[in-house]
Design a protein around this ligand. Structure first.
Ligand SMILES: O=C(COP(=O)(O)O)NO
Ligand SMILES: [Ca+2]
Ligand code: NA
Ligand SMILES: [Zn+2]
Length: 305
């Protein structure tokens, strides 16, 4: 069933498990996410960035909301990194049941103002809101935040921010970053900071940049002709500890991008004569489904529908 993000994330925080929020851009990714969640009887969130909206538009939004409505588990359609009030409202008009307003690169007061506007409008329409305080390293679709400008979320500021905005859940910067290169070796996750914020805020917390960038997928990507540098992701143990302490939504995009690429590239490499798209798209869907299943189990969402 199609539900709001709040209906999925409030139980997740209370139950000390994480719900992955996977980015989608097409039918196969969406099927891998929702069909696997149904198999594992897990709640799940499907998210579209503004780039995905540009790429798939209402066609893709309708595909997601239709599959979500027919699903046997709770599914939300979430706007990832909404960059303005207009973008958030447009997404709600398109059928999204959860919207992020990402104004975290602005000064605190401006972030509060922008976020509060979205919260008032979204709540008037029964839609839940994600906001962000703090700045992740890496590339957020519309802005590049380089390391020196990245700053971790201040707990006291977070309390003030939630009081002044009324946001339903809060994305915090605690050491993760977007993309395949999250740092040399195992990225530092600031668990004391997560635990301090969680002790002061009872709303669900969100971890962006949480892909694991698994070594076996990276090796298969290279073996199938892909080129990638020394990629590194977030360790499962760090996510499993984080979801014990307030993180309820775990954003994953890179891992499915890599899996989709590996699934298709291996078909191109193994069967050069193949020209039935269902062969490489189906292989991509299968590998993405494996990744989705792993995440749902690892984060504890399996069986929680
Ligand atoms: O935060 C993310 C995705 O992060 P990854 O690049 O680690 O998948 N989307 O909003
Ligand atoms: Ca941001
Ligand atoms: Na988001
Ligand atoms: Zn993100």
């Amino acid at each position: 069933m199609l539900v709001t993000g709040k209906e999925i994330l409030v139980p997740a925080r209370a139950g000390h498990y994480g719900v992955p929020s996977f980015n989608t851009n097409n039918m196969e990714i969406t099927q891998a996410i929702i069909h696997t969640a149904e198999k594992l009887q897990a709640p799940v969130m499907v998210q579209m960035s503004e780039g995905a909206i540009k790429y798939g538009g209402q066609d893709l939004a309708n595909l997601v909301t239709d599959m979500a409505q027919r699903a046997s588990v709770p599914v939300a359609l979430h706007l990832d990194h909404g960059s303005s009030y207009e973008s958030a409202l447009k997404a709600i008009k398109m059928g999204f049941t959860s919207v992020m307003i990402d104004a975290s690169h602005h000064p605190f007061e401006e972030n509060v103002r922008e976020t509060r506007r979205v919260v008032e409008a979204a709540h008037a329409m029964g839609i839940s809101v994600e906001a962000e305080l703090g700045r992740l390293g890496g590339i957020e679709e519309h802005i590049v935040v380089d390391e020196k400008d990245a700053f971790l979320t201040d707990p006291e500021e977070a309390v003030r921010f939630v009081e002044e905005t009324g946001t339903d859940y809060l994305a915090i910067a605690i050491g993760t970053s977007h993309g395949a290169y999250k740092g040399k070796g195992r990225p530092f996750i600031d668990h004391p900071r997560i635990e301090k914020i969680a002790s002061m805020l009872d709303i669900p917390l969100v971890a962006h940049g949480s892909s694991g960038v698994p070594a076996d997928i990276i090796a298969r990507f290279r073996d199938a002709g892909g080129e990638i540098g020394d990629a590194a992701g977030i360790a499962d143990e760090d996510l499993q500890r984080a979801v014990q302490h307030g993180i309820a939504k775990v954003n994953v995009d890179t891992d499915l991008r890599l899996a989709m690429s590996v699934g298709s590239r291996e078909v191109f490499r193994n069967t050069p004569k193949e020209f039935d798209p269902r062969k490489w798209l189906g292989s991509a869907r299968d590998l993405m489904s494996e990744i989705v299943a792993y995440k749902l189990k690892m984060l504890g969402a399996a069986g929680k529908a």
